[in-house]
Design a protein. Sequence first.
Lengths: 114, 116
Amino acid sequence: DAGITQSPRHKVTETGTPVTLRCHQTENHRYMYWYRQDPGHGLRLIHYSYGVKDTDKGEVSDGYSVSRSKTEDFLLTLESATSSQTSVYFCAISEDSHSTDTQYFGPGTRLTVL
Amino acid sequence: AQSVAQPEDQVNVAEGNPLTVKCTYSVSGNPYLFWYVQYPNRGLQFLLKYITGDNLVKGSYGFEAEFNKSQTSFHLKKPSALVSDSALYFCAVRDRGSGNTGKLIFGQGTTLQVKP
């Protein structure tokens, strides 16, 4: 899976608790992305990063924050988890943002918010 | 706005028969199109992409896709399906309207079921 790991792979938490998901890459790629996957919606972009400390919002960013202090790590934080954030979360990386660049995906984290 | 549609939630095919998973797109300018496959409890795996040139793109695991500009389609095909091809397939288009994000816009996915 292109040198991308995600942790944890599964998590069950309660409404109102903070949750942090981690994406780690060994490819030294500049761009990193967080998507969520929900039935009937495909994958939707939450946040992305175009370098260390450089991040921006995607289309479904409400309730999420991100940080990237090192090239290899991209963290997604749910400050106060809600049931609507129950989903499968995927991290992706790409060398650059050029239209021809391929994004490679991690194995995913299944999050359940009770 | 850029968009991708996969009109079939599920495609059923018998092993050994040809398969087609459909994808249509709406973009401004030249489209950059991708197919990914997701096996159960796994991440998305890249299959192939169309950037420019030959309308028939060959990818991993014997899959190919045909780009048709007049029909704005990018259908995924395989001449002879295997049971192991059973998975969830996503078509995606590069969003060229959002600056420099490199963001992909995904279809909702099509489940392919290959029966022995």
